[in-house]
Design a protein around this ligand. Sequence first.
Ligand SMILES: Cc1cc2nc3c(=O)[nH]c(=O)nc-3n(C[C@H](O)[C@H](O)[C@H](O)COP(=O)(O)O)c2cc1C
Length: 311
Amino acid sequence: MKPDPRLSLELAGIKMESPLMAASGCYGYGFDYADWVDPRDWGAIVLQGTTLEPRIGNPPPRLAETPSGMLNAVGLQNPGIDYFLNEIRPRLKELGCPVIVNIAGETVAHYRELAAIFDGVSEVSAVELNISCPNVRCGGISFGRDPAVVKELVTAVRQVYRGPLIVKLSLEAGDLKAVARAAENAGADALSLINTLKGMVIDTTCRRPFLGNITGGLSGPAIRPVAVRAVWDAAEAVSVPLIGMGGITTADDALQFILAGAAAVAVGTANFINPWIAREINLGLQRYLDENGLGHYRELIGAARSGKGRR
Ligand SMILES: Cc1cc2nc3c(=O)[nH]c(=O)nc-3n(C[C@H](O)[C@H](O)[C@H](O)COP(=O)(O)O)c2cc1C
């Protein structure tokens, strides 16, 4: 798809041709879809979570369908940083769009060690810290709940990684605004939100939890209204750019996040049912700009907050 200058942006120093990003964990390393979809339809691709050691993830079943969404308990399955550096990193430039690595650890030292590895790595445009995964026993959301812990973690990473740093938040943070402010004050260049919400499904035939992990993370349209509200709240608390996500399946959904205050948006679960979604949403955004006589989508960022919406 030909880039449209009306959709271009620079987010925390990352030059993007669209505000649309592929969300972590829902687009692999970007290559799986490349036979059918031009990766450059995305403004940036956030890679699946990477940890220091390989992880086999949680026991099956790991996925359950839910009304208007899905529950996953993959548990950050990934081949680990050595595999990433040897096998994935050399191919990343093939994607042709900015690539963001998503990292997770069980301790502050793990996050710091991983982030340091990406300092100065030209194939990687930014690092996203996943401090919001609900599906791992150590780390994940246990880091993202407490502003003091968020401050310690982001400060530690900031000392060793000089590139654009994104911190991914969860609504399960008790006080989202306090956590967002802690991340910003400790040096985050952008915040992404939201990660999945912890939920469960019970198999009534077997009379036990359906997922092997018992609980999983809820994603898809079911969480969109709470995700839009989270972006709205975070936009009130911080001034760094926000990347909104949670249930985006159409351009209209993406616009809701932008109007609430997101500078960019990410699509996760919807990729599993429509691999061409980036192109469709970009076209929908262009159509909205045409129909409303707007010169650039940035005019819409936070526009719903002004109280001067159209009637
Ligand atoms: C199968 C699956 C795996 C995910 N893996 C990650 C991950 O590794 N790191 C991360 O930060 N978020 C991960 N997420 C969360 C998504 O990036 C996104 O924040 C969430 O699903 C909400 O967006 P959506 O409703 O568009 O899917 C994962 C989500 C799903 C469904």
